[in-house]
Design a protein around this ligand. Structure first.
Ligand SMILES: Cc1cc2nc3c(=O)[nH]c(=O)nc-3n(C[C@H](O)[C@H](O)[C@H](O)COP(=O)(O)OP(=O)(O)OC[C@H]3O[C@@H](n4cnc5c(N)ncnc54)[C@H](O)[C@@H]3O)c2cc1C
Length: 416
């Protein structure tokens, strides 16, 4: 098949990608599973040179980094949701709205609710999965009850509207927010949610209180904020584990005592998207995907690349890359460059990703923390990480500009 005029035109717009490869009937077939940050970036970077099919089960893209702001009433829903078909048309790949059921790596076949597919190269960008069964000893009824009343709403398919209703319906009593053990998706986001709830308690003068149960060491910036700005509203319990949860009596058993709650956001343990596990792509001792740390080829299968939040430890010095949107998109681009190099039979020095993340530490007056993570390759071949964290009391829309730029890159210039 010859490239379309649009694809030829797009060639100049995506000059950062590797040069065009063999076109015509021999264009390599790449299937990208998952239309989140990692998958969209990979699909865009490959579309000029390959026949790319993006398979995504959700009807529309949700900009998760806007989710908390939308919950706080600081962002409209027109910016939260975006159209996959428009992005695919704009960047010159195909989009299939379907659920992927299984990957047969030996025959490079994929079963989906929309039919079977074959691939030359596969980019698996299926995000995270949560394991609520771990909280309820796999009691299916308890898990269903949890999903309706206390779910984390942390994945692309989860209903933010349902969480908004839960938050609006909370008028008095104890609110329980529990975090999972790190690593988990978007490290500051649960604390940002805590700030949103604490701010609602303060501004609506509710007879209510929030307890944040965190099995991880304290996050200093938020620990200070909770103590300085929300002393009346928040108890922050770092290094504290949720031992048991009775979803019917609404009682949480913590390391130290029991807590009865009126409402809750309970975040179960996280791991790679379930397709990674079901396809034998997670490390033996980990819930996360096993990949090459530089170009993200799956360990044991050079035709499969795994990008985004699914990716497991990349360095013994710091463990995982932060599970953020910008990082996922960077991984998608790096994996795409590696695939293009392999198809062309040339060597490739993978770029190093970076991440910037903004999270509110207060809403009135608005103030956020900006977290920059940068990487370098040490002489011994290990990846080293530098984290720079800054509180900014005068945001001036800096976070908005960041998000608009990211969405334009992923979706299309009119998306932000
Ligand atoms: C509340 C919140 C706030 C956040 N704030 C920020 C922020 O400020 N900055 C930032 O950089 N990041 C932020 N993040 C993190 C960011 O959203 C994630 O890091 C990013 O979405 C990861 O991209 P991904 O491609 O790995 O996964 P996802 O974006 O989750 O995409 C995975 C996709 O795969 C699809 N999928 C999975 N399995 C299948 C299947 N079997 N068949 C078909 N499709 C499938 C899913 O439907 C989903 O669309 C935030 C996240 C949350 C929840």
């Amino acid at each position: 098949m010859n490239p379309t005029r649009r694809q030829l035109l797009l060639g100049s717009a995506t000059a950062l990608c590797a040069p065009s490869l063999v076109l015509g009937a021999t264009r390599p077939r790449v299937v990208v599973i998952g239309g989140g940050w990692g998958g969209l970036a990979a699909a865009r970077a490959l579309a000029d040179s390959c026949n790319v099919l993006l398979v995504e089960r959700n009807p529309r893209f949700v900009a998760l980094p806007l989710g908390n702001r939308w919950l706080a009433g600081r962002a409209g829903s027109s910016r939260l949701y975006h159209d996959y078909a428009a992005a695919a048309r704009h960047y010159g790949y195909r989009h299939l709205a379907a659920d992927v059921q299984a990957i047969d790596r030996a025959s490079r076949r994929i079963s989906t609710s929309g039919g079977a597919l074959t691939y030359d190269w596969l980019v698996l960008a299926s995000g995270i999965s949560e394991d609520p069964g771990a909280l309820f000893a796999c009691d299916a009824a308890a898990v269903r009850h949890y999903q309706t009343h206390f779910a984390s709403t942390y994945s692309a398919g989860a209903s933010l509207e349902a969480l908004q209703q839960r938050l609006q319906g909370f008028t008095e009593g104890e609110f329980l927010l529990t975090l999972p053990l790190a690593p988990y998706r978007c490290p500051p986001a649960p604390y940002e949610r805590a700030v949103i709830i604490a701010h609602a308690i303060r501004s609506r003068q509710l007879k209510a209180h929030l307890t944040v149960v965190d099995p991880n060491p304290p996050w200093p910036a938020y620990q200070r904020i909770f103590a300085e700005r929300f002393r009346q509203q928040v108890s922050y319990l770092p290094n504290t584990r949720l031992r048991q949860l009775d979803p019917y009596r609404q009682v949480a058993t913590l390391d130290i005592d029991e807590l009865r709650f009126a409402a809750a956001i309970v975040m179960p343990p996280q791991g790679a998207g379930s397709l990674c596990r079901e396809s034998g792509l997670t490390a033996a001792d980990s819930a996360w995907a096993a990949t090459d740390p530089r170009h993200f080829a799956a360990i044991g299968d050079e035709r499969v690349f795994i990008v985004g939040d699914s990716v497991g430890s990349v360095s013994p010095l710091f463990g995982h890359y932060p599970k953020t949107g910008q990082m996922a998109a960077n991984m998608g681009r790096i994996a795409a460059a590696e695939i293009l190099a392999r198809i062309a039979g040339r060597s490739n020095e993978p770029a190093l990703p970076d991440s910037t993340c903004y999270a509110y530490v207060d809403l009135e007056p608005a103030e956020f923390v900006r977290i920059d993570t940068r990487y370098r390759l040490r002489g011994d071949g290990l990846l080293a990480q530098t984290i720079n964290q800054q509180r900014n009391p005068y945001p001036n829309g800096e976070d908005e500009i960041w998000l608009a730029g990211q969405l334009q890159e992923l979706l299309d210039p009119a998306a932000s």
